[in-house]
Design a protein around this ligand. Structure first.
Ligand SMILES: Cc1ncc(COP(=O)(O)O)c(C=O)c1O
Length: 295
């Protein structure tokens, strides 16, 4: 997190308008890059000084811990579990989508260090969803998450996962495909503005590229750019998020082949125009039609 801008924002908006600070590890809209331990500490320090709770969006906590181990020399002898414990020690709470580093099919949780807040949250849950043990998740799914949280910290698993993502990144960038460097843990992010320089941001180059990858090879990706952030978008990225423990080396080789085929005929891809957009979070349900090529 940009700590100078965080301080500026709290100053500008006023402490009372900032109920909490949320730190997403790893950074999902910025290329899947890890958050360093010193950055987590610095954010915590700003929050503590102003009495603002720090929450972690923890869905990729294990990958973040492993990157800290690989890249920060004073953590090289620690296990991912020890590093994860330190990361969470700075937080007042967390949200977790367990489909990611919970290695589960579905579900997640909200964690809090504050017992009385947790009690209020449980009471609200009873009104909106049900008693915690019979809410949105069956007991067996909760068990699966408990096992997954531990298995996600296994170093052999983490090193295969990070290597497999890096392999995809290296093979397409070696052929000239512009990606965010270095590769993140869970995904490769293609720079769609550089991939399709003939499509201006207002014609959604990220969505056009995501559609082309799907038509060519059935590859599902997502735009993180003008569709998602509107005029605030500074980049148009296409995220190729890689499911955990699903793909073999030959699946990844197939993905490389498809991307390179689309790269070869990139000049034939056209921009898009929105034909439907919802009033909120339009990127989930928007529909498009292709713009015809210039005569
Ligand atoms: C950083 C981050 N937080 C939260 C979520 C939401 O997860 P869910 O689909 O379980 O609501 C996602 C989904 O991709 C994510 O990337």
């Amino acid at each position: 997190m940009d700590t100078a801008r965080l301080e500026e924002l709290i100053e500008r908006e006023g402490r009372e308008r900032v109920p909490l600070v949320m730190l997403t590890i790893t950074n999902n809209s910025g290329g899947g890059q890890p958050v360093s331990m010193s950055n987590i500490r610095a954010v915590k320090e700003i929050c503590s000084r102003r009495g603002i709770p720090l929450y972690i969006d923890a869905c990729r906590f294990a990958e973040n811990a492993y990157f800290i181990k690989l890249r920060e020399p004073c953590y090289s002898d620690k296990t991912p579990l020890e590093i994860a414990r330190e990361m969470f020690a700075y937080a007042d709470g967390c949200t977790m989508s367990a489909k990611k580093d919970g290695l589960a099919n579905i579900g997640g949780f909200l964690g809090s260090n504050d017992d009385s807040l947790a009690q209020q949250e449980r009471n609200l849950l009873i009104l909106t969803e049900g008693f915690p043990t019979y809410g949105g998740l069956a007991g067996r799914d909760l068990e699966a998450i408990a096992v997954g949280l531990n298995e996600a910290l296994d170093e052999d698993y983490l090193s295969y996962r990070i290597a497999s993502t890096a392999y995809l990144g290296e093979h397409i960038s070696h052929a000239g495909v512009p990606i965010v460097q270095p590769p993140g843990g869970h995904a490769i992010y293609i720079d769609a503005r550089a991939f399709l320089p003939h499509i201006p941001p207002a014609q959604f180059p990220g969505v056009a590229l995501a559609a082309a990858l799907y038509v060519e090879g059935g590859i599902r990706s997502v735009e993180i750019g003008t569709l998602m952030f509107g005029q605030h978008a500074t980049m148009d990225l296409v995220r190729l998020a890689i499911p955990r423990r699903v793909y073999t080396q030959s699946h990844i080789d197939y993905v490389v082949e498809v991307i390179l085929e689309v790269w070869r005929r990139r000049s034939e891809i056209h921009g898009l125009k929105i034909s439907y957009e919802a009033p909120f979070l339009r990127h989930f349900t928007a529909r498009f039609r292709p713009l015809s090529p210039r005569p």
